[in-house]
Design a protein around this ligand. Structure first.
Ligand code: SF4
Length: 75
């Protein structure tokens, strides 16, 4: 299984994740932070399970995120 774990509180709204993986990330008009589409809030984190073909673009989003708050975990 692969999942994305996103610590939204620390997002600085730079849009890099949206540029890398627009199918998964979108900027919120409300607070200017990014939102992980179809994710579930778990405490401080937003979590979403993804498939193997969706992994690469989200790894790119994680790599380009200057706040380092996107994790792609395989387990
Ligand atoms: S790349 Fe990181 S800091 Fe920038 S909008 Fe996305 S989650 Fe927020």
């Amino acid at each position: 299984m692969i999942r994305i774990v996103f610590q939204r509180r620390k997002c600085i709204g730079c849009n890099a994740c949206v540029e890398q993986a627009p199918a998964h990330w979108v900027m919120s008009q409300k607070d200017g932070k990014s939102y992980l589409r179809k994710s579930v809030k778990k405490g401080e984190y937003y979590v979403k399970h993804i498939s193997a073909p969706e992994c690469e673009e989200n790894l790119r989003a994680a790599r380009y995120c200057p706040a380092r708050i996107i994790r792609v975990q395989t387990f």
